[in-house]
Design a protein around this ligand. Structure first.
Ligand code: NDP
Length: 284
């Protein structure tokens, strides 16, 4: 029976720690860390994600603001908003909720965010540059994975880590952070030959693919730590990960559930990044 890695509980613990640090910040600097989010249009998933981010800000004691622009906004209008928020001293962190409506140049708009305020860490996604140091701004989902592994005392140094998936926002940066933590890292993807023989080597298996049931118990090394990033809907419409939990759980040493594993950590790491950005600004 695997130890269940409880992301919900861990995220609540981290938020409580952040609340205390935010109070210290307020005492020292007379202001609260601030996060601004730009949302363009009414994509229902984006509305929910942004609302969750604002709630998390309230919870940890940050100042927050959502700027909502109409679906048919011109590129220049969105760019102007980003530049305005870059210059607004109230906000230490700034993000543009993706995806943007068709016709807007996501890459260009995100590239305009002041690197010091880039709390989604898109500027540092050039994976080779990611480093695990204090007050460093790291991509939220991969940072959440490392945080879970560390808090559950899963040994990283020298461990065989396999990351399935090589996207710019999850797979690659997760591999880079595991490497920075001294794991021996293999990245698998859709062209990998004999995926099972690769995953079976893993002491730490991170799955970030988006295919329900891709990883089954027979593909897991007994005792491995299995981190399931996938968010899929099964045939009954229920949220599930990439790992077939029923067959994986008896084999694994540690396992994250979906929901309640990596998911809750992502917003939590965004809060951590915002506080880090605020501290860096005050301390420099
Ligand atoms: P992408 O679609 O960008 O990347 C998927 C990756 O999986 C690609 O690298 C692809 O390979 C690889 N892949 C596809 N099929 C296979 C296969 N059969 N065997 C091995 N590898 C395969 O997805 P994301 O990285 O953005 O997201 C991955 C999952 O994580 C999704 O379910 C998403 O919803 C979820 N997610 C969850 C978050 C959270 O907070 N919990 C945050 C972000 C994402 P190739 O490169 O060769 O095409």
């Amino acid at each position: 029976m695997a130890i269940l890695i409880d992301g919900k509980k861990t995220a609540a613990e981290i938020r409580a720690e952040l609340r205390l640090k935010t109070d210290d910040f307020f005492e020292k600097y007379g202001r609260r860390p601030g996060l601004a989010v730009v949302r363009v249009g009414e994509d229902p998933a984006s509305v929910v994600y942004v609302r969750n981010k604002m709630r998390a800000c309230d919870d940890v004691g940050f100042v927050s603001k959502t700027v909502v622009l109409p679906e048919d906004s011109a590129e220049e209008e969105v760019e102007a908003e980003v530049l305005r928020l870059n210059a607004d001293p109230m906000f230490d962190g700034l993000l543009v909720q993706l995806p943007l409506p068709r016709g807007l140049d996501e890459k260009r708009i995100v590239s305009l965010i002041d690197p010091d305020k880039d709390v989604d860490a898109f500027h540092s996604l050039d994976a080779g540059r990611l480093k695990l140091t204090d007050n460093n701004i790291l991509p939220c989902t991969p940072a959440g994975i490392i945080e879970l592994l560390k808090r559950y005392r899963v040994p990283l140094r020298g461990a065989e880590a396999v990351v399935v998936g090589r996207s710019d926002i999850v797979g690659r940066p997760a591999a880079a952070l595991l490497l920075a933590a001294d794991a021996t890292v293999t990245v698998a993807h859709s062209r990998t030959r004999d995926l099972a023989s690769v995953t079976r080597r893993a002491d730490i298996l991170v799955c970030a693919v988006g295919k329900a049931g891709l990883i089954t118990g027979d593909m897991i090394k007994p005792g491995a730590a299995v981190i399931d990033v996938g968010m899929n809907r099964n045939s009954e419409g229920k949220l599930c990960g990439d790992v077939d939990f029923a067959s994986a759980e008896p084999v694994a040493g540690f396992i994250t559930p979906v929901p309640g594993g990596v998911g809750p950590m992502t917003v939590c790491m965004l809060m951590k990044n915002t506080l880090s950005a605020a501290l860096r600004r005050e301390e420099n």
